[in-house]
Design a protein. Sequence first.
Length: 404
Amino acid sequence: MGSVGDAAPRERALYALKSRARHADLQRHVVAFGRELRAREMLVTSTEIMDGLRTLGRVDLGDRHDVYLGLQSVFVSRTEDVPIFDEVFDRFWRRIARVEEEEPGEQDPGSEGAEEGAAQPSGEGKEQLRLTDPDSEGDEGEGEGDEEALPLYSPVEMLAGKDFSRFQAEEMAEVARAVLVIAKRLATRESRRTRAASRSHLIDPRRTVRRNMKYGGTIIELARKQRKIRKPRLVLICDVSRSMDTYSRFLLQFIHALQNTIGKVESFVFSTSLTRVTDYFKGEEITEALDRIAREVRDWSGGTRIGQSLETFNSEWARKLVDRRTIVLILSDGLDTGDAEVLRGAMEELDSRAGKVIWLNPLLGSKDYRPLARGMSTALEHVDVFAPAHNLASLAELGRHLAT
């Protein structure tokens, strides 16, 4: 009698351990699946990973079509991504299924529950993993560690708070990928304006009423709309003087990513003089582009004459490139060695032409920093947004400022 009574708790414990193992396997598979989608240039972050896990907790994992539709609803945000998703989905999950079929089943030594004919959970001839809702607290702390681990998948979240000055050489590839993710987010930001759409969750009330007038006002057909993608016109002007050495390569990577995702971007660098570098970033790898700029810009890592450089921009480029729909983004520590009045005049003219002037300063990331340097304090009179640019998190924050 005692052995029968002891068997049930042992079987329940074994089943719980196996369930947790399968739960961890599913999380690992979804993370790997997201990584493959991201490698194909789809916009996948930890947010989509968590949503994918939640979705799989609410569909029949034994129904391939349910799983497909659930994950597609999470990971696909653009029509052009559908064929990429379909290809990766089919290849990835077939590979996972093949690997799992080839792996021998595990048995717990000495466990009667592992033998043929052992009790199965009721209603399941073949066990299926049921995902715990990430929003719930879970039992016995289960899931808490899993939830903490998932955001680390995204390079943006993993490296976000680390100052650019502290990155090691082996981290550069991850930084480049993270910068690209940030740029894609900025490039796909939705505007408050909308346009007509055939498929969307947003209903257009006015068009719906007009469309149903032929039915006597009875709502039969719904008109739908979707938000337009906001792609601002940007002019990026980056300081590559000696005092910016620690940060300029990271910021130029950011410029390169923006130019190749947003499109309407003109790029310049300056130290003691101004150089247009838009063409350097067209169709080149970022490392090649940076090496070319460093070789060919004659005053790279030299002194800093911000006012003179912006004056050159105003006289040679501003009339063609800047209007009230343009955002001018200046990336500099503001440590100017030139004439403050020249800088004041150049900033005043630039401010009068542009829709918005944003100044990103890496030094602003320090809690003790105050913009007391003559150049920076002079420029601030004509700056709409003054923000830090010392890590990935500060670049990601830029999105909310890119609205004219």
